[in-house]
Design a binder for this molecule. Structure first.
Ligand SMILES: Nc1ncnc2c1ncn2[C@@H]1O[C@H](COP(=O)(O)OP(=O)(O)O)[C@@H](O)[C@H]1O
Ligand SMILES: [Mg+2]
Length: 467
């Protein structure tokens, strides 16, 4: 074996950057990369090189240590899979002729010629995947998403003298990742995204606009890597995992403005005729915000996913045509439309073209109030967005909703959706990456309102039908 290379030199020799040039460790990355501490935590913004450090250090450790057990842990498959595949690629470049044996199932296992084994495992439901492991080196990516149950399984899986390095982006939740970032026992690193040489003034402005200003919770978390004010997860991580099922007929379409001149709608959305009736929910974006249209089958009160249509920069008139097209193809029971963005305009246009739409569409004012039940025939009201969220939460709790396992973006949004309580005691939900959830909120509310047990009409001032 060659004289031991420093980790930075190892990266320079075996890694390439996106341009194909030998990897150069950035100044802010150097101290962490060369750390010899057994306990370390990186609290960072996005895209600063956390996962890259794991790749480099894991392969460096495997290269220079015989007969060790190494473990890379991540909360979900979405995180682990790309990381492990990049490591497999690099390992095959470093060790020619298939000297590294790779197994991908039931979990990642790379066996190196020196007897060292690198495992890649997801925390999974309650962290059971870590049971029975005894690792000398452990790296945890996207640690902010680890549940307490997963940490309690992971910590005993580290050998007495083993090391634990933790990488995460704050999400405001005061969970175990937050605790680690407050402990003197752990060597602490903090890399805001602004350290990345690609982070320009233009990017700063774009991110501030996207997240609603530089003081917004999302800018504080994702860019500055700060915890910000305490927040709580809206949806329970474990419940979402339990609700995931494989739906072979689940349809997912993505259309961008570039697709449009080339295709007819029928080609873009080869939508089969669906005989089972469907509730639709829609968050109709404009300019930079995407549009999400979701469909849910209702089966004995249970919500099962039918489809999701994601549109980017798709003009208003085409959004209208898509609704008309969907009505030809499926039996629609109701459509909840968020009246923000393009919602109000699209709803008006549809009703103007055909008054029958008025029966189908419920326009929902997210900032308004909604009738949730009747007491002595008097309506009881709750803030609309909070109530819609409660509907989804209750369904997850009672198992009355199934989530499509193949829809990773939906899962990302649910897991990362948080709220804080304002000084006035109001619940404020995180913004930005939540358009699918908003569409789901609309579908769930529309279903709920159509089934309110009362002789009274829906409250016309709140759920605006046809305005
Ligand atoms: N020192 C570096 N030189 C070149 N590219 C880098 C360097 N560090 C990170 N990158 C690139 O930046 C991008 C984000 O890195 P990644 O490790 O995925 O960040 P994070 O995990 O913090 O989000 C990747 O494309 C990665 O290759
Ligand atoms: Mg990463």
């Amino acid at each position: 074996m060659d004289k031991k290379l420093s980790r930075a030199s190892f990266a320079g020799r075996f890694f390439r950057d996106r341009q194909g040039n030998p990897w150069k460790t950035r100044d802010y990355q150097r101290k962490s990369l060369n750390s010899r501490q057994k306990r370390k935590v990186l609290r960072c913004g996005r895209d600063v090189g956390k996962t890259s450090e794991i790749e480099i250090v894991a392969l460096h450790t495997a290269y220079y240590n015989d007969n060790k057990e190494l473990l890379i842990a991540a909360p979900r498959e979405n995180h682990l899979l790309p990381l492990m595949e990049r490591i497999v690629d690099r390992a095959q470049q470093i060790y020619p002729e298939k000297q590294v044996k790779v197994k991908r199932s039931p979990s990642y296992r790379l066996t190196f010629p020196n007897g060292t084994v690198l495992w890649g495992r997801i925390a999974g439901h309650r962290g059971v995947n870590f049971q029975g492991m005894h690792a000398d080196f452990v790296w945890v990516d996207e640690a902010q998403e680890f549940s307490n149950a997963a940490w309690s399984e992971l910590l005993p899986a580290i050998k007495g003298k083993g090391s634990l390095w933790i990488y995460g982006v704050p999400n405001g939740v005061r969970n175990q990742f937050y605790n680690f970032t407050q402990m003197d026992l752990f060597q602490q690193f903090h890399w805001p995204a602004t350290l990345n040489p690609d982070f320009s003034e233009e990017r700063r402005q774009e991110m501030a606009a996207l997240y609603g200003g530089e003081n917004s919770p999302e800018y504080l978390h994702f860019i500055l890597g700060e915890h910000g004010r305490p927040r709580l997860g809206v949806f329970d991580f474990d419940l979402y995992q339990t609700s995931k099922k494989d739906f072979a007929n689940y349809l997912l379409f993505k259309i961008t403005a570039n697709d449009l001149p080339l295709h007819h709608l029928e080609d873009l959305l080869p939508f089969p005729r669906l005989s089972t009736p469907v509730y639709l929910g829609a968050d109709l974006g404009y300019a930079s915000d995407p549009t999400e249209i979701v469909g849910w089958h209702i089966d004995k009160g249970m919500m099962n996913p039918a489809f999701r249509i994601h549109l980017e920069n798709v003009p208003y008139n085409l959004q209208i045509r898509i609704f008309e097209y969907l009505r030809q193809q499926i039996n629609i029971l109701g459509i909840g439309i968020d009246l923000g963005g393009n919602g109000l305009g699209v709803m008006h246009q549809l009703i103007e073209k055909d008054p029958e739409w008025e029966r189908l569409i419920s326009g929902i004012n997210f900032g308004g109030w909604v009738t949730v039940s009747y007491s002595s025939d008097r309506p009881c009201r709750e803030p609309a967005k909070k109530f819609m969220t409660t509907l989804l939460e209750r369904r997850l709790q009672s198992g009355a909703i199934n989530m499509p396992a193949s829809d990773r973006e939906r899962e990302d949004q649910y897991i990362n959706h948080t709220f804080q309580v304002s000084e006035q005691g109001r619940i404020v939900y995180s913004k930005g990456n939540d358009h699918i959830i908003d569409a789901d909120r609309c579908a769930a509310l529309c279903f709920n309102q159509n089934n309110l047990e009362s002789d009274l009409d829906k409250d016309p001032g709140i759920i605006i039908q046809g305005c």
